[in-house]
Design a protein around this ligand. Sequence first.
Ligand code: NI
Length: 172
Amino acid sequence: MAKLKVYEYPHPVLKQKAEKVGGVDDEMRKFLDDMLETMYAENGCGLAAPQVGVSKRVVVIDIAHEGEEPNPLYMVNPEIIWRSEEKEVCEEGCLSLPTLRAEVERPASVRIKYLDYNGDECELCAEDFLAVAVQHELDHLDGVLYIDHVSRLKRQMLIKKLNKIRSEAKRG
Ligand code: NI
């Protein structure tokens, strides 16, 4: 396995619509392994292929807490097939927008279909934080970041904060 480079805002790959994958073969499984390793190394609970510079519809998620058994979800060509009317607000962060967090409103639960690690077709009803993680990661496949869901003013504030943190880090 290998740790991959995580691309950060405003890299253009994060704005691209990712392409569907033909199927799950050994090469894809190796990529899924690398993505999972990268996500764990960065202490993330989700990672989408565009975040490692690969514009394909591939996502890994693990929302298990520290100290709990790992519970990785591998999703190839994931698709939301149902969204609840009910909405919920949750604080989100993203490895491509380091240190930032913001509250985002999304449907409280979603049903998705996808291909798993073995290439088998799966369906899953996601609720609570898993619903947030799934929608956040699937957004990445359409070039959407969570900051695209907040007001323009709030977005400008967040980006300003990120730039400030970056320039401070550069100065050391
Ligand atoms: Ni993200």
